[in-house]
Write a protein that binds this ligand. Sequence first.
Ligand code: HEC
Length: 152
Amino acid sequence: MKNKTLLIVGSLAFILLVISFFDDTDNRGEWYGPNDFTHRITADAPVKAILEKACFDCHSNKTNYRWYNDVPPVSLLLNNHVNEGKKELNFSEFATYSAKRAKHKLEEIAEQIENGEMPMKPYLLTHAEAKLSDEEKALLITWSKNAMAEIH
Ligand code: HEC
């Protein structure tokens, strides 16, 4: 019985190791560059600070990886979120969006925050600093609504 348990645990560990070996998601570019959102809309330092700590791991070209982010299944979950998140909204590439897409994304930001949908719940379990206070939420919502008027 004991041997069987060991065998199962060992096999699981091996499978996870193999998965992590083939999982090559790597989001290690830069937050700011020629196409980042600041080239399209104004964002003052407090707004940038909130986005950086709460959103950029999944919505920019650079994720701040922690040690546990390399350990499956956390790594798989995070990498999946980074891929999906960037596809939907990438602050590092925001300046390349069409006016229609850019406006829509800003509208979505206000909406997602108003509804408490972002940052995602599973992420908050390991990133307490990303949990937004009511003041931070209000700041982001006002910012994204104002920024819509800057898009032409
Ligand atoms: C752990 C990764 C993660 C973090 C952190 C995160 N997001 Fe997301 N976000 C996603 C994923 C994945 C999606 C796409 C799937 C979904 O909508 O649930 C998404 C979708 C969105 C969308 C919807 C885009 C659209 O057009 O439908 C917006 C807007 C958004 N996020 C804004 C934010 C903001 C603002 C923050 C920070 C306050 C944030 N997100 C933090 C992963 C994340």
